[in-house]
Design a protein around this ligand. Sequence first.
Ligand code: FAD
Length: 519
Amino acid sequence: MQTLPAAAENQPPPLASHDLYSGNRPLVEGLRREAPWADDRVHEFGVALGGEPLEWGRLANEHPPVLRTHDRFGNRIDEVEFHPAWHSLLRLSVEHGLHALPWCETRDGAHVARAALMLLAMQVEAGHGCPISMTFSSVAALRATPELAAEWEPLLTSLVYDPGLRRASEKAGVLCGMAMTEKQGGSDVRANTTSARRHGDGEFQLTGHKWFCSAPMCDAFLMLAQAPDGLSCFLVPRVLPDGTRNTVHLMRLKDKLGNRSNASAEIELHGAWARLVGEEGRGVRTIIEMVNHTRLDCVLGTTALMRAAVEQATWHASHRVAFGRLLTEQPLMRNVLADLCVESEAATLTALRLASAYGDPAQASFRRIATAIAKYWVCKRGPGHAAEALECLGGNGYVEESGLPRIYREQPLSSIWEGSGNVIALDVLRAIRREPESLEAFLDEIDPDLRPSVGDVDEADARRLVERLALALQGTLLRRHGDPAVADAFFARDGAAYGTLPSGLDFRSIVERHAPVRG
Ligand SMILES: Cc1cc2nc3c(=O)[nH]c(=O)nc-3n(C[C@H](O)[C@H](O)[C@H](O)COP(=O)(O)OP(=O)(O)OC[C@H]3O[C@@H](n4cnc5c(N)ncnc54)[C@H](O)[C@@H]3O)c2cc1C
């Protein structure tokens, strides 16, 4: 009688505990170039993340948050319950300063160091990156009102994760979110209908709703509302200084495609107490400082997930045999894998270059336009990259346990929030028209032979232009800092799908460069 094998054959071992940092060569090289002082710290974080947090990531997504609107006596409580794994992830990231580092660190390259930490953390679990990113970014906007910043910044940059709704003055650290999007308009924030009534010096009462308010357990939110002098930015705490709850009602949590560990709420504001941030009537100008930083984080988040997908795809293919050879020995699979690695390296260099511009006021013009260009292109490439990486695992990739479905569901998000594709592409046109020095600064960065010509651009051509600018930047960065084989492959690309690189390139070395390192 035939006996069944005792163990599953020809299945790769799980990519369990491993050092996320050392295996990511473009990241290691970039960090050593821009912020060598952070190398040990990021390495230690990469080792820590490659252990138990991988399991926290799974648990936090398999046990999504639950909304508790009322207590058992019928009183409103507006709380969200999270799995302990979510808190563990947030605690780890807060303790390592992912929400704060550049605001507290004076050494050059602090934004790059923080970007490196974010790339590693988001690779493990992207959902908790949302409150981390918003907290980090809120500081940039809050500084428009120095007395508010003086009060809140020490709490927003604290390395203590202190969950629970209590007044800020009683907490060792706080988190901050952002709510702009309303039912009748998201991208078009000027269509906001939430109203702000003066209630005292710099104090207002907000009445209306927000259609998306992610991480609603945050201690405070920056919100836009229509004040007497026009659309303005407000800081809205969840708990009032007297310890009672502010009238921010959580109505429902969104049932989302991905990003399941994180809660995204619909909220109503019933005369919620708020403090003006920046000038009344200049709300967009004030909150855009926050939005730009979260756009940087959209680039980081997509890049992190590309890296996670590359790790899984190259790991699987280097252990799975089909038709008598390892998948990594099959020429066509090597082409697909190498192409995925090229995308990941190009995104990593773009993300690090962008982050470095955030640390240098002299690069404000470059940053202005490069944020939009990088956000558009890197985030646009995410979903296709995830789909192809998933396919490298064959049927296993379509199964939840592989982790690839989570990446695949998450990837479209960064392209939607903080400005969807078209809106971002149009923002590039706006920058070119209103701040032509930003285009000049961008083109200065590009190698002369790669510089696209930019004339008068029709709105309908915005994506075409932004794509060209993004590819020119990526090509320049790869030449300057990338692996030569990766750069060669990038310039040889002419197909639409991954795996259409011309043969004769050094696929093997590209794949080996990007393979994960077991700790
Ligand atoms: C999971 C999740 C969490 C979110 N969390 C938050 C949050 O915490 N806070 C918050 O404020 N928002 C949040 N959002 C909302 C998000 O930022 C918006 O959905 C996004 O900005 C788009 O706005 P909208 O949904 O109103 O779409 P619309 O503005 O209606 O846009 C729909 C489509 O039309 C396109 N479009 C719009 N204008 C133009 C134009 N002029 N020309 C061509 N095309 C155009 C857009 O690119 C988009 O593709 C979240 C969204 C998601 C999915």
